[in-house]
Design a protein around this ligand. Sequence first.
Ligand SMILES: *[C@@H]1O[C@H](CO)[C@@H](O)[C@H](O)[C@H]1NC(C)=O
Length: 399
Amino acid sequence: MAGCRSWVFFYTVCAVSVFGANAEIKVSTPVGKLFTYELMRETFQNDFEPLSKLYAGRLYDDPMIFKCNRQNYPDLPEWLRFTQRQPYDNGFLYGTPTSAGKHIIEIYAVNKRSYETARHILVIRVTAQDMLPYQAEFFIKLREIERVLPSSVQDEIKQDLQKLWNTEALEIVNITNALDRGGRVPLPLAGHFEGVYVKVGSEEYFSDCLLRVLTPEHQKQCTAGARVKSPGGCNFCRIPSNCITWCKTELFDLKKQEPTPPAPTMGSGILEDGGDFDPPESPPSRDYFPDYIVTVIVPLILAIILCLLLAYIMYGRREGVAKRNARTNQIQLYHHYTIHDNTDELRNMAGNRGAPPPLSTLPMFNSRTLERAPPPRYDSPVPLIMAQHDPYCETLPRK
Ligand SMILES: *[C@@H]1O[C@H](CO)[C@@H](O)[C@H](O)[C@H]1NC(C)=O
């Protein structure tokens, strides 16, 4: 008997460990109401280090990021959104289902310390239900989506709105980040928030307080851009950060929707006879000559004049090289030619390796016979320019 019991216990442990590894979390939610599921980091932490707490007595608080998608699909169902502010915060899956059905969501958690991953499966069963007929949307300026999604905060907001609506039968229909609706990213300063839209719905008709939103004077005040206070006796927010912005309040009466347009009537499928085709008359002819003159001839004449002007400046007013040389100072001209010579010499040397070394690196020599002179005598100053061999130096001024 005792042996049998221990076997049963053994099988139970095996079954739990086998099925526990692929644990599915099942939740159910009706159509048209806000669904929120918090991805607790603690839960995943236990998957990563299941025994460290028990045996090593260590408690980790690792940063984690989550990736969620529909099973066998790359992303989430259309109505479901995921948000997590930073790796040390819990993540949230939230959204409002619009049709009944079953969604299998895979949640991968990546531990940013050890880079281990864990997978959970979330099965969301959406049950059919009618939409709430009266809905109202409020804008809460001093909130961020992650701070509103925890159920305690949702309850606080709901309680305030229940008082405003004057009914207990109130459900949160949708919560949206204002950034998803074209809001601005706030400055990273204290007191600046992204803002959140909260939509609630009820079976009861709107309260008098809510109906004041529709009055012309309220709308006039709002369009004038004044800071509109809550209408008298209608301020029910106990926590300042949950207060609504009155001018952005919108009421939706789903019962009073415009009738759907009648379906188009079907014809026989054959077009009616419209007579023979009558081609239009060709338009009256037009004289294009003035346009041609303005667009082609005038620019052409201008271009030719410019060409002639440029040609005269470039060619007609040049003085010859001989004339210029005759006017130039001789020593300046000589300097000019030596620069040319040296440049040619350097170019030759760059062209091939076997080029003779530049003459200026050799000791003094006779450039006509290439005969080396004896090493210089340092008692007399060495002339820098060997004037007697150079045709240009005949004219050099001698001192
Ligand atoms: C909830 O809000 C989101 C974002 O504005 C929108 O796309 C979605 O249609 C809304 N759902 C319902 C049921 O109103």
